[in-house]
Design a protein around this ligand. Structure first.
Ligand code: HEC
Ligand code: HEC
Length: 599
């Protein structure tokens, strides 16, 4: 393993993190892992750090790892693997007494969203969201041994107990993809209709993979449609691997009629396989299911939860944990499920095994030294809570985040009827830098952002009227959201030759793009008719969307029919359509795409 100068790193940690108290910063743990000795490590997405927490003694140490660590896995011999999404790195840590030390870094690129370790601790598996690949890292050599194309937006990963199968959840063209670890090839892909696929967990027998995901009902958000589960829904999925024949998908609906579940993400299975736990960040709860005798259906599931299951505390219960529970980890020795709570900045524990009155939080430990947020930081945090709160929607089915995933776009289109038209499904607009990109909505008909936020809460969510303070907090949170840095750039921001040519072309009279896409967000305050409207449209013109982080989009243009940047430029939006120039050559398309990917 590559030895790194972790002594220097630790010295920096000491300086940076010694004095908390006033002006404290948020940590937002997205994931937790349990070490062999029972201590815990968390990946603190907002702080760019990893914390070490002792179940008895509480917070012990924190080490910076780079921007947006979103997953952490623990292996044999105290090995800790962290996927640092915005650095494009796998960071390996170890524990020295009560400290965390950095052991090595492996560049993998392209937004490693999650990480899992082989049971023997020799390899790490990372889904590279922006590349559509699974990276297999040889830990002894400290390098990527293989990259396997798995599909678009692979975000979560799990390894079977025997180490032979790696399961990956892809959010665009939703699918669970099984990769054969030895040959580094795709063994099977199980597609279904859904979005925002969450974590996966193998049952101990290795024959079952559970995963959390969101159902796309396709209907507009009217009260009746929401209540029937026709807009979105929360599901637990199950893929059963048979010794012979194809793996089989099944689904379980988690939404109880009148009291639904929002934004499922984490999944954990008890060591004996008898229970499965799901975290629901939107409804601030941990769901528990006894795996024997669950009413599995076809993958799309029922519209609402089977009422007999909903009423049967022995098979199903829900535990309010507050905040935003995300990643889960099981501590077999202490018989606990640990929860990374991104809004309370804690790890929380729930006991395994059915308690008479359902699961309850038995421990909650901060992942950082105590401190209070003040002023703007407190307002932003409050807005973050509103943005992720499904209880702001009718019967708590979904949050802003369900559609504006992590402040960005979605892989499905919605008919929010925002512009008063019917049946004009539109792609979700990302909200990074939204204060600077008015007028708002695809038609640009909204010129007051606060009003637009209020309308989102009352109409898209069919929720209660917000207070002016709520809207101000939500606005402050959105203003704090910066577009993610493009993984198509070098760490120092440099871009390749093709992107440089594309940049020149973009600004040239030949392509004519900058007459509508200019400034830091490559948009304009005007609206235009670029020939993509239809007769049902309420307004004839469209607002050029911001092109920052457009590499992340898998559905483009207002209708979402374009599936790639090349598709936009060749089929719908080339110079012949927008500026009266000749169509782009294949080389010009390649250069422009290379440039757009770096934005
Ligand atoms: C059901 C999915 C859905 C939900 C829930 C939702 N949105 Fe949206 N949002 C959309 C879609 C689709 C658009 C584009 C609509 C259009 O242009 O007609 C949009 C557009 C917006 C815009 C305009 C962005 C721009 O750049 O012009 C803002 C602001 C916004 N949403 C904020 C929110 C907030 C805040 C919430 C939560 C209170 C929320 N949305 C909930 C789907 C949703
Ligand atoms: C006349 C103004 C105008 C010009 C010129 C123009 N665009 Fe656009 N662009 C728009 C508008 C308006 C939209 C939204 C259209 C829609 O979806 O209906 C858009 C959408 C896009 C999108 C889709 C973004 C998304 O989030 O889905 C891309 C990419 C894009 N433009 C790139 C370009 C490039 C590259 C050029 C130069 C070849 C260009 N545009 C020239 C106005 C323009």
């Amino acid at each position: 393993m590559i030895a790194r100068s972790f002594v220097v790193w630790s010295a920096i940690v000491g300086l940076a993190l010694a004095a908390p108290a006033a002006g404290a910063t948020v940590r937002s743990p997205a994931a937790v892992a349990c070490l062999g000795d029972g201590r815990l490590v968390t990946a603190n997405a907002a702080a760019g750090s990893v914390s070490l927490v002792d179940p008895e003694r509480g917070f012990l140490a924190e080490i910076p790892v780079g921007p947006r660590p979103t997953a952490v896995a623990a292996g044999a011999g105290g090995l800790i693997a962290v996927s640092v999404r915005e650095a494009g790195e796998l960071v390996l840590l170890g524990v020295d007494g009560d400290r965390l030390v950095e052991r090595a870094r492996v560049a993998v690129g392209f937004e490693p969203w999650d990480v899992a370790l082989s049971p023997d601790g020799t390899r790490a598996f990372l889904p590279l969201s922006a590349a559509g690949e699974l990276a297999i890292v040889d830990l002894a050599r400290g390098e990527v041994a293989a990259r396997v194309a798995v599909g678009r937006l692979p975000r979560h990963v799990a390894v079977s107990p025997d180490g032979r199968t790696v399961a990956v959840a892809c959010s665009e063209g939703a699918a669970i993809v099984l990769v054969d670890a030895a040959s580094a090839t795709v063994a099977h892909a199980a597609p279904f209709k859904g979005f925002n696929l969450g974590a996966l967990a193998f049952a101990p027998d290795g024959a079952t993979v559970y995963f959390a995901w969101t159902y796309d009902g396709g209907s507009h958000p009217s009260p009746g449609n929401i209540r029937r589960g026709w807009v979105t829904g929360s599901r637990l999925g199950k893929l059963t691997l048979a010794a012979e024949g194809e793996p089989v998908l099944a689904g379980l609906t988690l939404d109880v009629s009148g009291k639904a579940v929002g934004d499922v993400l984490g999944v954990a299975v008890a060591p004996d396989g008898s229970e499965v736990f799901v975290s629901a960040g939107g409804t601030h709860e941990l769901l528990r299911f006894a795996t024997a005798d669950l009413p599995w259906t076809q993958i799309s599931g029922l519209e609402v939860m089977d009422p007999r299951l909903a009423a049967d505390a022995a098979r199903f219960s829900r535990c309010d944990v507050g905040g935003r529970p995300l990643g889960l980890a099981v501590d077999a020795r202490r018989q606990r499920v640990w929860i990374a709570n991104a809004l309370t900045d804690e790890v929380q524990a729930v006991a395994l095994g059915r308690a008479a009155d359902g699961p309850a939080v038995v421990a909650a430990l901060p992942v950082a030294p105590a401190g209070t947020l003040d002023g703007q930081a407190a307002l932003v945090r409050r807005g973050e809570a509103i943005f992720h709160d499904a209880r702001r929607s009718l019967d708590q089915w979904y949050s802003c985040h369900t559609c504006h995933f992590e402040g960005g776009a979605s892989t499905v289109t919605f008919d929010t009827r925002n512009d008063g038209s019917v049946g004009t499904y539109k792609t979700v607009l990302p909200l990074w830098g939204v204060a600077a990109t008015g007028p708002w909505t695809w038609h640009g008909w909204q010129t007051d952002l606060a009003q637009s936020l209020e309308k989102s809460l009352v109409e898209s969510m069919q929720g209660p009227q917000p207070t002016a303070d709520d809207v101000a907090a939500l606005g402050a949170y959105l203003e704090s959201l910066a577009p993610p840095p493009s993984p198509f750039r070098e760490p120092d921001g440099a871009a390749g030759m093709a992107a440089a040519r594309g940049r020149e072309l973009f600004a040239s009279a030949r392509a004519g793009c900058t007459s509508c896409h200019a400034g830091p967000y490559l948009t304009s305050a005007e609206t235009y008719d670029v020939g993509l409207g239809k007769s049902a449209d309420r307004y004839p013109t469209y607002s050029p969307p911001s092109l920052r982080a457009v590499y992340r989009k898998t559905r483009l243009l207002h209708h979402g029919k374009a599936r790639s940047l090349a598709d936009v430029l060749t089929r719908y939006h080339g110079p012949e359509k927008v500026s009266g120039e000749a169509p782009l050559s294949a080389d010009e398309v390649a250069d422009l795409v290379a440039y757009l990917e770096t934005l």
